[in-house]
Design a protein around this ligand. Sequence first.
Ligand SMILES: *Cc1c(COP(=O)(O)O)cnc(C)c1O
Length: 363
Amino acid sequence: MPRPAAATIHLDALRANLATIRSLCPRSKVMAVVKADGYGHGLERVAKALSGADAYGVAALSDAERLRAIGLTQRIVLLSGIHQAADLAALRRLQADTVIHHESQLEILESDRSQAPLRVWLKIDSGMHRLGFAPERAAEAYRRLRQLPFVDADLPLMTHFARSDELDSDTTAEQIRAFAESTTELSGQRSLANSAAVLGWPDSHADWVRPGGALFGLSVIEGRSAESFGLQPAMTLSTEIIAVNQLRPGDHVGYGGCFVADRPMRIGIAAIGYGDGYPRSLPSGSTVLVDGSRAPTVGRVSMDLLAIDLDDAPDARVGSSVTLWGRGLPVEEVAQAAGTISYELTCGITRRVAFDEDGQIAD
Ligand SMILES: *Cc1c(COP(=O)(O)O)cnc(C)c1O
């Protein structure tokens, strides 16, 4: 018997979320950001389910390789760009686009001998101070790219937001302005919006939006659930109860014995733990679903196992299903209890968890 811990990927939810995003920005093309193995959902299955997207955004050439290997022909954009001259040959072989955000990358392009066509996106730092040319250098970088005969005439301009998840922060409006000012003289398509900006900053939609988290039904705006935007969870993490035990008052549960029963209790032991990516930082009393109903966890999360208070689940028994997050229990609720964000949880599912899928892959 394999372990029952499983991550079920809801392909219909991915497609529905893409449709929801499209309806919010009907004039923009959509680059589906699928970095980090599709935010932990599995790159190939996610990309196939999202084949209605106009492009894919990835962080590694190996991801572009995997997408081409399954026959996808959409544009693929390497979001952090090239690191060495050899990457150019790989990009050309894969017919993938690269972002250029730094002088060192410009120099690699300028010393390229191949002259074979290449599609480039120019990234400008409008205020996040992570990747991108400073606004005052944007025009120079643009001119140098335009001078390279092999760089495609379609040269989109992009930037990335630091705080678009905070709808009451001025930063995003300032970044939109800084980007517009630094690019007024430059022709080309524009791309600014991540998921939070798709949902909360319509002025930023422009020619291309670049949603990641929203496609996976993750919460992307501070204080707002994904569901409140009509987005559906794309992953349900589940397992089963493999033992049911009776406790007497005073009995300790789990490592450190930090939970002590104050009454006779029935607890279930579920086959999931931090070795699967269920966070150890979750405190005792965090919520799971047992056969669809909420129940609190008991004591520390172990590597392979988790104890659950079954007092409110009298029908629970060995084999009962336990949902850790997903349908019925938003991952953002679990993330908040663990002191992190939903992205880290879905990205953190480990390889021993069995992945399966439901729903239809697009035709
Ligand atoms: C990750 C990333 C995105 C997507 O961000 P979400 O907040 O998940 O929508 C968009 N653009 C760039 C450059 C990124 O690195």
